[in-house]
Ligand binder design. Structure first.
Ligand SMILES: Cc1cc2nc3c(=O)[nH]c(=O)nc-3n(C[C@H](O)[C@H](O)[C@H](O)COP(=O)(O)O)c2cc1C
Length: 183
């Protein structure tokens, strides 16, 4: 049986949700059993062997549903391989280039194996009035800056880590220890 990997990301305007879907599709392509769920719908990690959790960045912070997910399930996450990602910086080069403020603590809380920041997307016509005011005042550039090749490369690295961990445990596949003459 292949490892089950949960991919869950908080998204306000959909672009980070699409990054999560792409990560899950790379993991599935590598032979893992990947599933995508919205953070508010994840109440337990029963049945999941590993997790990739992400959020869009708004005003320097993760969105509440993703932060809450990591905090609520911290004990379960801490005993599984976990990776975090953020999607936010826009422009060429993407800015701002600081990590979102709350993520350092979340990485420590669940002993995440990594945290990756990806550039995001701003589609002005999707923004609410307050968001339009903020992005105009800060002269935030509009456009889709999501680095799909980097996203896929990052997900392939996760798949490699998980698949090699699986291969390192001879009991994981057979269920009753190593057997001769089978593969
Ligand atoms: C009001 C507003 C504030 C933002 N603040 C930040 C920020 O502090 N840091 C950052 O990297 N990106 C920031 N962004 C960019 C978003 O993170 C980016 O547009 C992201 O791709 C949105 O993801 P979503 O479509 O999943 O909501 C901001 C965008 C808006 C509209």
């Amino acid at each position: 049986m292949s490892m089950r990997v949960l991919v869950s990301a908080a998204s306000r305007h959909g672009s980070t949700a699409e990054v999560a879907t792409e990560i899950a599709s790379v993991l599935a392509g590598a032979g893992l059993d990947a599933g995508v769920a919205s953070p508010d719908d994840v109440h337990s990690l029963d049945g999941w062997d590993a997790a990739v959790i992400g959020s869009a960045i708004y005003v320097g912070h993760w969105l509440a549903p993703a932060r809450d997910l990591v905090e609520r399930l911290a004990p379960e996450l801490a005993v599984r391989p976990v990776w975090l990602f953020s999607s936010g910086p826009v422009g060429d080069p993407p800015a701002p280039d600081e990590e979102p403020e709350d993520v350092v603590a979340l990485v420590e809380l669940v002993h995440a194996r990594g945290h990756q920041v990806f550039a995001g997307r701003i589609d002005r016509k999707e923004l609410g009035l307050g968001e339009k005011v903020i992005t105009a005042a800060l002269r935030v550039p509009e456009g889709d800056f999501r680095p799909w090749t980097d996203v896929r490369t990052w997900a392939e690295g996760i798949a490699r880590d998980l698949v090699s961990a699986q291969g390192a445990d001879p009991g994981a596949e057979a269920g009753e220890g190593p057997q001769e003459g089978t593969s």
